[in-house]
Design a protein around this ligand. Structure first.
Ligand SMILES: O=C(O)CCC(=O)C(=O)O
Length: 254
C-alpha cells in the first residue's frame, strides 16, 4: 500500500507517529549508507560534531576526546541526489499528504541530515519536542526518519511518548535548553509511557514535531545511520527572519 490507510492516519493523529515498514528498497538504503559512510570517512562538510550538540554527556569541546565524532551529515537534500531524490520522492509525498494536506514542502532548515550514531562515541539525546527551536506559523510539521540499518535500544533508536504531541505543557516542565525535566513528578508519569521505535533498514518513522522523543547511546560496535527530513503544508510558512526561514522550502511533486 503506497498511502497510509485511514486507520494508520487515525493512529498517527492519536499517537503522533506512525511507521511505514519497508518504505525504501534495500538497494536504495545500501546506496545511501555507502555514501554516508564515505562522507563520514572523508569528513565531507557541512557536519555537526558531537561536541556541538551540547547534549548531556557530549564532549566539552571539539578537541576533547570524541569531540570531532560526526553526529549529523548536514544539508542532506543538497548533499547528493540519492538523498534529495528520496526526500522528495513519490513514496514520501504519498505518505505525507494524508497527514499534512495536498501541498507538501520539505524544510531544508530542519533535520535535513543523515543522523549518525558512532559506537566509539555517542551522547544520549534527552526528551524534547523538535518544535522547540523551530519557528512556523503553526506547529504542524512531520519528520520522516528512514532507517538505513537496524535500529533498536542497544544502538540508540528513538524512544517516543505516544500521544505527547497533544499534551499542553507548562514552561516549567522543561529546562533552560527546553529538554523535559525528569525531576518533575508530572513528567515522570508521562515518561512511563515511553516506547522504543524499533526499525529495520527501509522502515520509515513519521513523527509530529510536538511528539516527545529521546534516544540513548549506541552501545554496539556498528555506526547507526538514518536519513531524516522534515515537512509541512505549503499553507504554513516559516516565520521571516528566523532560522526556520534560512533556506528555501522545496515543494514536493504532486
Ligand atoms: O538519534 C538521536 O539521538 C535523536 C536525535 C533527535 O531526537 C533529534 O535530532 O531531534
Amino acid at each position: 500500500m503506497s498511502v497510509f490507510s485511514p486507520s494508520e492516519v487515525e493512529y498517527f493523529e492519536r499517537n503522533g507517529f506512525v511507521i511505514a515498514r519497508n518504505l525504501a528498497a534495500h538497494e536504495l538504503c545500501k546506496r545511501m549508507k555507502a555514501l554516508a559512510q564515505r562522507h563520514l570517512a572523508q569528513d565531507v562538510q557541512p557536519v555537526e560534531y558531537e561536541a556541538q550538540t551540547k547534549y548531556p554527556g557530549s564532549p566539552a569541546s571539539l578537541d576533547a576526546p570524541g569531540g570531532r565524532t560526526v553526529r549529523r551529515l548536514l544539508h542532506a537534500y543538497a548533499r547528493d541526489p540519492v538523498f534529495g531524490d528520496w526526500a522528495t520522492s513519490h513514496a514520501i509525498g504519498e505518505r505525507l499528504r494524508p497527514l499534512l494536506g495536498a501541498k507538501v514542502e520539505l524544510s531544508q532548515a530542519h533535520h535535513n541530515c543523515v543522523m549518525t550514531k558512532n559506537p566509539a562515541f555517542s551522547s544520549a539525546t534527552s526528551w524534547h519536542q523538535d518544535i522547540r527551536y523551530w519557528s512556523f506559523e503553526k506547529p504542524d510539521l512531520v519528520s520522516a526518519w528512514l532507517a538505513l540499518g537496524q535500529e533498536h535500544e542497544e544502538n540508540g533508536c528513538l524512544l517516543l511518548i505516544p500521544g505527547s504531541h497533544r499534551i499542553e505543557f507548562q514552561r516549567e516542565q522543561f529546562d533552560d535548553a527546553l529538554f523535559l525535566r525528569e525531576d518533575v513528578e508530572k513528567n515522570r508519569e508521562i515518561l512511563r509511557g515511553g516506547v522504543a521505535a524499533e526499525l529495520d533498514a527501509g522502515d520509515a518513522l513519521f513523527f509530529h514535531c510536538r511528539l516527545l522523543h529521546a534516544a540513548g547511546r549506541n552501545r554496539t560496535g556498528l555506526t547507526k545511520l538514518a536519513a531524516v527530513f522534515t515537512y509541512h503544508s505549503a499553507g504554513i510558512r516559516p516565520l521571516p527572519g528566523t532560522r526556520s526561514a534560512a533556506l528555501p522550502e522545496i515543494p514536493l511533486k504532486a
